[in-house]
Design a protein around this ligand. Structure first.
Ligand SMILES: [Zn+2]
Ligand SMILES: [Zn+2]
Length: 230
């Protein structure tokens, strides 16, 4: 935690500059917010995969995912990519607050039901080396924005999962992450969970997390990510 004075000192050493246009004053200026590439329709109404019409995609039709819906606010390129990478790899946790503000707008726009916010956990080793979980940072601020409780440790990663190849089919991707997560948090039971992550590629990790939350008695699971890599 950096105190008020700490912030003032940091501000002096590293004045905040917009990640998009380098204008000083904030990490993300209003003009660049307006330019962020939104993950617009048409997409599958359940898994948010882009397709010709806003209806259930063939994969969701054949094997419904364990979550009610998946929504991403933006597409992973340009300034969005810089924001995600800044938060994840450059220790810029101050980005979590403005990013969560945009996530909150998306949650309201998509009418997502939320009793409890849960972040996708990192592997324990990665958490130790990075010192924080970027999804938890987003969840913490999102909880404040939506006035909803956050359970940063509701999910636990029980084994390492390989990066998901986009070429693999949905069934294969789901098998790769099956049983990778567990939830033993009694707060999950009977609640509508909003599962949060910074970026999604295939949705398989979110599906595995949703599966664990369902096993812990969640009433429903909706997934919200800042960006989608499609
Ligand atoms: Zn800017
Ligand atoms: Zn779908």
């Amino acid at each position: 935690m950096v105190g008020r004075l700490g912030h003032a000192v940091l501000e002096f050493v590293f004045p905040s500059r917009c990640l998009g246009c380098e204008r000083s004053g904030s990490f993300l200026c209003d003009a660049c917010i307006d330019e962020l590439p939104r993950a617009g329709a048409p997409r599958c109404c359940r898994c948010w995969r882009p397709q010709a019409r806003s209806e259930l995609c063939p994969e969701c039709h054949a094997a419904p995912p364990p979550f009610e819906s998946l929504r991403s606010a933006f597409v992973y390129h340009g300034t969005v990519r810089q924001l995600v990478r800044g938060l994840k790899y450059r220790g810029m946790t101050a980005l979590a607050e403005p990013m969560a503000g945009l996530l909150a707008e998306a949650a309201l726009e998509f009418d997502m039901e939320t009793d409890l916010i849960v972040p996708v956990p990192l592997a324990a080793l990665r958490h130790r080396t990075r010192g924080y979980n970027q999804a938890s940072e987003l969840a913490k601020h999102l909880g404040r924005e939506l006035d909803a409780p956050v359970r940063p440790r509701a999910l636990e990663r029980v084994r390492h999962t390989p990066p998901q190849a986009r070429s693999a089919d949905a069934a294969q991707r789901r098998r790769n992450v099956q049983g990778a997560f567990r939830s033993e948090d009694p707060a999950v039971e009977g609640n509508r969970i909003l599962l949060v992550d910074d970026v999604t590629t295939t949705g398989a990790t979110l599906a595995a997390c949703a599966d664990a939350l369902n096993r812990a008695g969640a009433q429903s699971v909706s997934c919200l990510t800042f960006a989608t890599e499609d």
